[in-house]
Each structure stands twice: as C-alpha cells, then as structure tokens.
Design a protein around this ligand. Structure first.
Ligand code: GDP
Ligand code: MN
Length: 382
C-alpha cells in the first residue's frame, strides 16, 4: 500500500526524521486558512499516489494566504498521470541549498534491505543510476544483525559529504529511516529530495512510503491510512469480495487459478498480440461462488471484450470451476465471449459440463496458447 506524502511525513515525524510543518487542505478556503496558521511563504503540494508532481505543475510556491488559495484552486482537481488531486499539503517553504536522495528498499536478489544514498537528489533516481552509477552509494543491512551506526557513516563518506555537521545529521536520518522501515514493515521508504537548507539543516522534503500489504493486519493504524476514494473502484470491489484482482489497460479479461499461472496467462495473451484487461487469480480452491464473484468484478470493466479462463486443476477441480462458470452465466447473463481452457484434475468432467450447457458464448480450447489466441480474436471481433 502506497502512502501519500503527508502520511509518509507524519510517520517520518514520529520516527524523529525532520520534516517541515504543514497542514492538509481539501478546498481553496482550507488552504487559505492553513497558510494563515503557518504564516510566511509556503509550498502548495498536490497529494497523489504518483511521482513527478513538480514537473506536472502540482507543486507551487506561494507568498500570501490569497496566493495560496489561488494556487490551491489551480492544483485541486488537476489530473496528474491519471490521478485526480483531491487534497493539497500546505507546508512552510524551505530555502534549499542542496538536494540529496536517500532510500531503503528490498533487494530481493540479496534478500536484504538496501540503503541508497546520493548527492544527486531531486531528479529521477533511475537517471542517476544510469548516468552516474558510481555516485549512487549502495549498502545492504543484514536483517538479523540490524542496523549499525557505521553504515550511515559509510554512506555519507562514500557519497562525498565533507561537512561534519551535515554528516552527523544525515547519518542520524539514515538510522531513523531504517527504524521506520522495519517498524512499519515497509517495502520502500524514499526521501527525494533530502534537502540541506541554507542554514545547514537537513530535512525530508518529500516522502514515498510503501507498506507491505501482507503485514497491514499487524498495523491497524497504518491500514486506516488507505484512501478508499482514490482506489480503483473495481479493485475496491474486488477487495470487498475477496477476489485477487489487478486492473490493467487491455480488452481480454484474464482469470486463472494460482498467481503463477495467471501471470503466465497475462504474458501469453500479450505474446499472441492481445492486451490483458486484468489479472485475476481464483486461488487454489476455485469454488463456484469464487468464480461468480470474479466474473462479477471482471465484467464490470467496460473495456473487457472477451474473457479467458485458464484453469489447471490440481487442488482446484475443473468440474467445480465449470459449475462455477455455468452458475455465474445463469445469474449474470454475460454476453461477452468466454474462452475456457480446462486441464488437470477432472478436466474431462468439466469440459463435458460446459458442452452440455451449450451456451453460445462459451468456447472450449485444449491449450493455453490456443485459448489465448481465440480470446484475442474474439476481443478484436467484438
Ligand atoms: P515530486 O516532484 O512529486 O517528487 O515532488 P517533491 O516534493 O520532491 O518536489 C519537487 C521539487 O519541488 C523539489 O525537488 C524542490 O526542488 C521543489 N520544492 C518542493 N518544496 C519546496 C520548498 O519548500 N522550497 C523550494 N524552494 N522548493 C521546493
Ligand atoms: Mn520528490
């Protein structure tokens, strides 16, 4: 789960990482009030779950409360890379001398958290990694040993920070960021830019904070931070129904049993020239109600032109899936063409059930590749 900048900064504050004082506003009038409370020049920052807000015009400096109100009314409602701005964060403006970059993420290859630090902040870190990889300092933390203070010092020295006062502040922030990362069971904690002010104070000017969804049950106070209104409505419905669903941009609805098979199905649909409309995993059981719920979610996407069921029965029994499909069709009057590939446990029984039903929009295919081709053809013809 991704957090908004203002939520990430609230967590930073709790862990002792310096941030600027700010207020949240959902209307220009609230922004005006926030600016009055803060006093002096402020920054109006669009709160959206995507980066590059500055470039998109979602971050503006403002001097007076009137000015803030005007900037807020420009930014609220703005579309930033497909995200509508519903909230702005008003914070005391900083006088920036330098912009650095600091993050902790998981290095899945090394199976360890990875610290990254560079003095080339404020820009896309991918650019730094590509153009000056030597200046991006990387250091792993052994999760069993935990963090050692020398690690913060190593990052700072290797990045070429010479000022001892600055070194000390940054090393302390690295340590606290690691505490936040572990304490919140985060997948990513990124500060870009980590600034040095003209007074020499180091502060987090931005926050990108991703919490592990699978750990949220241990952190109810973080789970509450989820913005239900900003979530894709289909994904929200799927969550409610307990369907594992990720919305994609294409036309072929994809359903599989097991995450691995479903991902392969997405790949194969792409491979034969189609575009998957979603990822949907029926899971191991795949009972009739699960199929009904999954189809309900998938068919609400108006972009879907055909549906491809790819089932390999292991624990999942194909006859059970076939019954689920037929039950769903009985309940929902789906007009879209549905291609079904059933293989594995009770596949013959499953196929027989589908054949007997003789529904005009059901198409059985024997292999995954043929099934994908058929579903893509039918999507193009629809
Ligand atoms: P992003 O574009 O979504 O990454 O948003 P950031 O919060 O990182 O802000 C982008 C840029 O806006 C920063 O790199 C700064 O250059 C600038 N900016 C943000 N806040 C301030 C501020 O308080 N003072 C000044 N002078 N610039 C700021
Ligand atoms: Mn940023």
């Amino acid at each position: 789960m991704d957090l908004y900048e203002f939520q990430g900064k609230e967590l930073f504050r709790r862990y002792g990482i310096p941030v600027s004082e700010g207020r949240l506003a959902t209307s220009p009038a609230e922004a005006h009030e926030a600016a009055q409370e803060l006093g002096g020049p402020v920054v109006v920052k669009a709160q959206v779950l995507t980066g590059g807000r500055g470039k998109a015009g979602g971050i503006k400096l403002a001097e007076t409360p009137e000015d803030v109100e005007a900037r807020a009314s420009e930014i609220l409602g703005m579309d930033i890379r497909g995200h509508t701005v519903r909230k702005v964060w008003i914070e005391r403006a900083s006088d920036i001398a330098r912009e650095y970059y600091l993050s902790i993420t998981f290095d899945r290859g090394a199976k360890r958290p990875l610290l990254m630090f560079t003095t080339h902040g404020g820009v896309d870190i991918e650019e730094v990694a590509a153009s000056s990889p030597d200046e991006l300092v990387r250091l792993h933390v052994d999760p069993l040993e935990g963090y050692h203070p020398w690690q913060g010092r190593r990052l700072v020295y290797d990045a070429g920070i010479a000022d001892p006062v600055e070194q000390k502040q940054i090393a302390a922030i690295v340590e606290r960021l690691y505490e936040a990362f572990v304490g919140c069971e985060a997948m990513l904690c990124e500060i870009n830019p980590l600034i040095v002010t003209t007074e020499g104070e180091v502060r987090a000017l931005d926050s990108k904070f991703t919490v592990d969804d699978n750990a949220l049950y241990r952190h109810p106070e973080l789970a509450e931070m989820r913005d239900v209104a900003a979530a894709d409505p289909l994904e929200a419905l799927a969550r409610e129904k307990g369907v594992t669903y990720v919305k994609l941009d294409g036309e072929v609805g994809v359903l599989g049993n097991g995450a691995g098979l479903t991902m392969s199905t997405v790949d194969v649909v792409t491979f034969v020239g189609g575009r998957p409309a979603n990822f949907c995993d029926l899971g191991g059981g795949g009972d009739a109600q699960g199929v009904v719920d999954a189809l309900d979610v998938i068919t609400r996407d108006p972009q879907v032109r055909s549906i491809f069921f790819n089932i390999f029965g292991g624990i999942t029994r194909c006859d059970e899936v076939a019954r689920g499909i037929l039950q769903a069709l009985g309940q929902m009057a789906i007009k879209l063409p549905i291609v079904v590939r059933l293989d594995g446990t009770n596949a013959e029984e499953g196929r027989r059930l589908l054949e007997e039903a003789a529904a005009a929009n059901l198409h059985a295919e024997a292999t995954m590749l043929d099934g994908a081709r058929r579903a893509v053809e039918l999507a193009a013809a629809a």
